[in-house]
Design a protein around this ligand. Structure first.
Ligand SMILES: NC(=O)c1ccc[n+]([C@@H]2O[C@H](COP(=O)([O-])OP(=O)(O)OC[C@H]3O[C@@H](n4cnc5c(N)ncnc54)[C@H](OP(=O)(O)O)[C@@H]3O)[C@@H](O)[C@H]2O)c1
Length: 306
């Protein structure tokens, strides 16, 4: 079968389509005919060698897919070292979920990672409720567009921050009550929760906006690693900082993640949320997909179509 193989750490040209052996399912797994595969920012971090848990290379990236098993439409997580950028992949049955009838395969591949990464911390850590003002950074991206919709679904008021003017309209269309570029963060009124996907200076500026008894959740570091935050400073401000990492939670609390997947899937089936697919590329253009993500030119989820 055809797959995109990451040969070595480096530029997008390291992603090469080639013929590889068919995947083999071990106990508890099923072979899925991949119809779409989500490209995550973590895939870019792996490609450039900046991911904390690097797979052994060469490797086939891709940790979420939508596809078919004997004609049944499914979506889910490919655990372990990935393998989704391919025509077929072995997936643990536990991490496969039914694809809603009205959904395209591309939407299915855009759903699991983004919506669980938004749903679990916003419900379990920040416990967003009625009227909560929640700042979402990188709000026009894959996880960001999911987070805006989930804050709305929880009856909160999402505030969006993005890297460029062109992304403001998408954030507003998904329910943001205010939308600013990062240089406008300082002008925002305080918020109850920060849901941060950027890290670095954006995280630092966002932290200054948290109201007493509010919290900031660190989720991503696309824009740079986090500076240490001193407990003394947090005590003085009466605020909290929390962290969220879906990959490890899936290993440590699979029951919780499975239940969350069922809960957030119900929101999609009920028409309350819907994944945003920003662009689709054939497998052979995986390198172009990575390049656009790295250049911050994408919105929503970028999806590969085998
Ligand atoms: N902790 C977890 O479990 C978990 C799970 C999934 C994703 N994540 C993290 O969440 C973040 C969003 O992931 P995603 O897959 O949805 O990606 P994405 O938001 O679709 O794309 C990344 C976005 O990050 C922003 N960004 C800021 N500084 C950047 C820089 N220097 N280089 C590139 N992008 C930069 C850009 O948006 P602007 O131009 O609007 O700033 C860019 O569009 C990533 O940091 C990812 O690693 C964490």
């Amino acid at each position: 079968m055809q797959a995109v193989v990451l040969k070595a750490v480096g530029g997008p040209e390291q992603l090469v389509v080639e013929e590889v052996p068919e995947p083999e399912a071990v106990e508890g797994q099923a072979i899925v005919d991949v119809r779409a595969c989500g490209v995550n920012f973590a895939d870019v971090l792996i490609r450039v060698g900046r991911y904390p848990q690097m797979p052994e290379l060469p490797a086939i990236l891709g940790s979420e897919i939508a596809g078919e098993i004997d004609g049944k439409r499914v979506m889910g997580f490919v655990r372990g070292d990935g393998g989704g950028y391919a025509e077929r992949v072995a997936v643990e049955r536990r991490w496969l979920f039914p694809l809603p009838e009205s959904a395209s395969f591309a939407e299915g591949a855009a759903f699991p990672m983004a919506f669980l990464t938004a749903w679990i911390p916003l419900t379990e850590l920040a416990r967003v409720g009625f009227g909560a003002r929640v700042l979402v950074t990188a709000a026009a991206g894959a996880v960001g567009t999911a987070a805006l919709q989930i804050v709305r679904a929880l009856n909160g008021r999402p505030v969006a921050a993005v890297g460029s003017e062109e992304k403001l309209q998408l954030a507003r269309s998904l329910g943001a009550v205010e939308a600013v570029t990062y240089d406008g963060l300082g002008e925002l009124e305080p918020v109850d929760v920060v849901f941060d996907l950027v890290g670095g200076d954006v995280f630092k500026s966002s932290l200054a906006l948290v109201k007493p008894l509010g919290s900031a959740i660190a989720v991503g570091y696309a824009g740079g690693l986090w500076e240490d935050v001193s407990p003394a400073w947090l005590v003085g401000r009466n605020i909290g900082v929390q962290g969220f990492y879906l990959g490890r939670l899936t290993t440590l609390r699979p029951d919780l993640v499975e239940q969350a997947a069922r809960d957030v899937l119900r929101l999609w089936e009920g028409g309350v949320v819907r994944p945003v697919v920003g662009a689709e590329f054939p497998l052979a253009e995986a390198g172009d997909a990575h390049r656009l993500i790295e250049e911050r030119k994408t919105t929503g989820k970028v999806v590969l179509i085998p």
